[in-house]
Design a protein around this ligand. Structure first.
Ligand code: FES
Length: 129
C-alpha cells in the first residue's frame, strides 16, 4: 500500500502543505516539488516567500542550484546577477519576474497555492500565526 506524502496534502481552499516552518532556517531557502514544478521557499523577516525555482533570464535554478544569494528582501541569481524582490517577484535590475505563490502559515506548517489565471500569485501576502 502506498504511503501518502504528508507535504502534498491538498486542503479544501486549494493550499498545499509543502514544509514545516522549522525547516526554514536562515536565508538559505529550501526546495520542494509541487506537481510538476519545483518551488523554493525562503524565510524573510517574519514572512515566507514561495516561488517557482527558476530564474526567468536563462532558467537557472535559483535555490539549491548554483547558490542564489538572499540579502534583505532580495534574491540574486548567481549566473548573471539578476536580483529579484521576494515580496513582489519583480526583477530590480533586469526585465524578468519570478512566478510567486501565495503563502500562509498554519500551525507551524507552510502552505502554498497558485492564484491568478496564469497560475501564480503576483506577490507575497502577509500571513498570521
Ligand atoms: S540565469 Fe539568472 S541572471 Fe541569468
Amino acid at each position: 500500500m502506498a504511503m501518502s506524502d504528508p507535504f502534498q496534502e491538498l486542503n479544501p481552499d486549494g493550499y498545499t502543505k509543502v514544509a514545516d516552518l522549522s525547516e526554514l532556517i536562515g536565508k538559505k531557502g529550501i526546495v520542494r516539488k509541487l506537481g510538476d514544478d519545483e518551488i523554493a521557499l525562503v524565510r524573510l523577516e517574519g514572512k515566507v516567500a514561495a516561488f517557482i525555482n527558476i530564474c526567468p533570464h536563462q532558467h537557472t535554478r535559483l535555490i539549491n542550484g548554483y547558490g542564489g544569494q538572499v540579502s534583505g528582501l532580495n534574491l540574486t541569481c548567481p549566473m548573471h546577477g539578476w536580483t529579484y524582490n521576494l515580496e513582489t517577484g519583480v526583477c530590480i535590475n533586469g526585465s524578468g519576474k519570478l512566478k510567486m505563490l501565495e503563502v500562509i502559515i498554519q500551525d507551524g506548517h507552510v502552505l502554498v497555492r497558485k492564484m491568478n489565471p496564469a497560475g501564480f500569485h503576483d506577490g507575497m501576502l502577509e500571513h498570521g500565526k
